[in-house]
Structure formats: C-alpha cells, structure tokens
Design a protein around this ligand. Structure first.
Ligand SMILES: NC(=O)c1ccc[n+]([C@@H]2O[C@H](COP(=O)([O-])OP(=O)(O)OC[C@H]3O[C@@H](n4cnc5c(N)ncnc54)[C@H](O)[C@@H]3O)[C@@H](O)[C@H]2O)c1
Length: 398
C-alpha cells in the first residue's frame, strides 16, 4: 500500500468544497484521523451546513447530537411524511423543512446531506444529491449493491465531492484498543474471530424486511465493519442466509411477507490464514434489550497464538475490552469508558473533519467493502459458492 502524502488544510477544504473552489482531487489524503502537521487546535472558519433527509426513528438520535456540535449548522430537514420534517425542524430550531428532495436541493443552501431514509432509498437520493453538488453522510448501506456504491464513489470523485457511509464503529476507543493490541503483537499470530449481533427486529417500519432490507445491512454491517477494520479487508467469503419468520406486521404495514434474510452466517477469509465469522439476525432473544445495557458478555472475540481479546457489549456501544495474554493469563478489562464516542456520531465526525481540514478514520471505501461482503454473502447463500471480493480499503486503521 502506498503511504499517503499529507495535504494542507486549504487543499482538504478545497477537496471537500467548503472553500467553494474547484481544486482538483489529485492527491491521496491522510491515512488516519489526525490534525494537519503543525496545527494547534483549530476553530472552524465556518460551520458545515447540514440538511437531514429522513426524520424517522434514527433522526431522534442524530438530531440531538448534531444540534450540540460546534462544527454543524442545521439548515434543513426533509421527509416525504411532511409533518415529520416539520416536527424535527421545530424541535431542533432548524429554519427550513421540505416534503421532497427536489425542494430540499433547490431550497436553502447546504454543504452535507445526512441521509437517514429507508435503506432502499439511499442510492437514489445520494446520487441526486451528489449531482446537485452536495457531500454525503449516508446511513447504511450507502447503496443497494456494490456496483451502485462504486458508481456513487466515482461520481463523487469526478465532481470533487465526498461521500461517507455508516457505521462509525471504528471511532470507538475500544476499537482503537483492540486494533492497537493486534498491531503491537499482543495476540501473537492472529488466527480467528467471531462476532454476533441480533434482536427481534424493528417494529416500526416494513422496509427492514422488504427486498433491499435485511439483517445483514441493518445489523451485520456493524460486525463486518469491526472485523474487517481489525483483521483487514476480506478476500473471499462463504455464507448461509435464511428467513426464520416468514411474515411480519409493522407499525406502518399490515401483515406482509418477509423478503430479505432475517438470519445470516458469514465466514470471511482475511488472508495470512486469518478466518472470521459474523452472525446476525432479527430472531435473537436478547435479555439485555436493544441498547445492551448491563451486558457483561462479549459479542466479539479475537484469538491469537499469544492472547485473546473480547469486546464487552455490542461493537456500536461497547463497555470495555477483556485482554488475556500468555504473560497475563487471567486477563484484565480495559477501556470501560466510551469517552465521547457515540454510535450516532458519524455525521458530526464528518462535519468536524470537514471544518478542520482533517481526514476522518471512517472511510467510504471501507463502507463499500462491507457492502460488497453483504452482497457476496447473499450470492454465496443462494449458490453455495465461495465468493471472491474485489474491493479493499486503506488498512490498518490505527
Ligand atoms: N432506528 C435505529 O435505531 C437505527 C439505528 C442505526 C441506523 N439506522 C438506519 O437509519 C435508516 C433509517 O432507519 P429508521 O429506523 O430511522 O427508519 P424510519 O422508518 O423510522 O425512518 C425513515 C424515514 O425516512 C423517510 N423517507 C423514506 N423515503 C424518503 C424519501 N425518498 N425522501 C424523504 N424521506 C424519506 C420516511 O418517511 C421515514 O420518516 C436505515 O438505514 C437504518 O438502517 C437506524
């Protein structure tokens, strides 16, 4: 992997379009989240103007967080259920609200679109916003399939714009601790890892179970991002998927057939002999509830020849990391404090990095790689084949 050259703050701002100039995207950007060399803590020249599209469940987590960010100016909300956009605008003192993306894009100017709509809508809306000159933070997945995701990244690059996609799991201090322990050789030769995440499924919206939904892009996406983030891009995968609950009823739809997998098992080959496994589903009884409060058990474990790591709680809201090594067989719990990490922080992280001219740890290519794994898992599940992957991302992250 080529080591990236640092860029100046004004170059970065030009790349992301904040200075409004059209400097060419000719140089690679910083490998890690780090301030520009020599720069003291910098206050933004101006805040990044945000528009939020999709004012449903997850916006109730994003908006309070975004409204506290010193780097963010919330300009507009938008939802095809107009009263949701209006209510969010009123609650968070946002000056504009719109019932359709066409009106949003033609309305009050903004820099970054935060896309919190149904999974099936992401690709179409992200493309429309890129064509209108907006940067994007997209909830997962950034597109319905790898080809569409690749096209979005190419379109962004061509238009000197940026697009990033959830999740933000690589931002947690627990992820950083695990990545550093692996890099420092604390586990010896890493051999295997397991991750799981599931609950009984969202009750409010049908799209989670319709074509283009599913437990892989809604839940497995976190574990896939964490394990590829820790162990490196996957080279090939084998998977099985199934539907356990054939019909569902949600707050917005009477009984309907479930079309997307609600149960999935994915095996990944990371190269150098390292294999990992992710399982996810919408049929997991969870005594700790969705937030995992009080969870003492690991959901992610990584094994090596000299040590093991176990992440306590879910990777999107972890409570600590247990590390046992040949030198400390009993092991200890580390990083019990999440610091300022929040799973809903992705868009505010991007706004902060755009404002300060830093390159974030979250990479669009990583989200795209996870999207390719999800699509490959479905192909493998249907055909029984091992599926080779073509995408990759800058690694290691820490
Ligand atoms: N709810 C959560 O806890 C949660 C957590 C993390 C990520 N997510 C992700 O966030 C996204 C949204 O999930 P949600 O639970 O908030 O769903 P939701 O159904 O509660 O909200 C989606 C909103 O988007 C609106 N919408 C749909 N199509 C639109 C369009 N074309 N233009 C404008 N608005 C449109 C809907 O009217 C709805 O208000 C999904 O990608 C989901 O995977 C959700």
């Amino acid at each position: 992997m080529k080591s990236p050259k640092p860029i100046s703050r004004s170059e970065f701002l030009n790349q992301v379009g904040v200075l409004g100039t059209a400097a060419a995207l000719t140089r690679p950007v910083l490998a890690k989240s780090q301030p520009m060399a020599e720069s003291p803590p910098v206050l933004p020249d101006r805040k990044i103007r945000l528009a939020v599209i999709g004012c449903g469940s997850v916006s109730n987590m994003y908006l309070p967080h975004l409204s506290k960010s010193p780097y963010v100016e919330l300009v507009s909300t938008c939802d095809i259920i107009p009263e949701r956009a209006q209510k969010a605008a009123t609650t968070y003192n946002i000056p504009n609200h719109y019932p359709h993306i066409d009106q949003l894009l033609a309305g009050a100017p903004f820099d970054l679109l935060v896309n919190l709509t149904n999974m099936q809508e992401h690709a179409r809306l992200n493309k429309q916003a890129l064509l209108a000159g907006k940067h994007i933070w997209s909830e997962k997945p950034m597109a319905n399939n790898y080809r569409e995701g690749r096209e979005l990244l190419d379109l962004a690059q061509k238009n000197k714009l940026r697009i990033w996609g959830a999740p933000a799991v690589v931002m947690s201090p627990q992820f950083a601790f695990m990545a550093r322990a692996i890099k420092d050789g604390k586990l010896g030769n890493v051999s295997a890892a397991h991750a799981h995440y599931g609950h009984l499924g969202p009750t409010w919206s049908a799209f989670f179970y319709e074509k283009g939904g599913g437990s892989l892009p809604d839940l497995g996406v976190y574990n896939l991002a964490t394990l590829t983030g820790l162990l490196g891009p996957a080279r090939s995968i084998v998977a099985m998927t199934s539907i356990v609950t054939p019909t569902r009823k949600t707050d917005n739809k009477e009984t309907f057939p479930v079309e997307a997998e609600d149960n999935a098992m994915v095996l990944m080959d990371h190269g150098n002999g390292i294999l990992s496994h992710v399982q996810c589903g919408f049929n997991y009884f969870d005594p700790y509830g969705h937030e995992g409060t009080g969870q003492e058990k690991p959901t992610i474990t990584v094994w090596g020849t000299q040590g093991n790591l176990a992440l306590i709680g879910y990777d999107w809201a972890p409570f600590g990391v247990d590390l046992a090594t040949a030198a400390d067989e009993k092991g200890q719990r580390y990083v019990t404090d999440p610091s300022d990490y929040r799973w809903e922080m992705g868009a505010s992280v991007i706004a902060e990095h755009m404002a300060l001219g830093k390159e974030p740890l979250i990479q669009a290519e990583h989200a795209l790689h996870v999207l390719e794994i999800i699509e490959a898992a479905r192909t493998s599940g249907q055909t029984g084949r091992r599926v080779k992957l073509q995408s990759s991302f800058r690694w290691p992250l820490v």
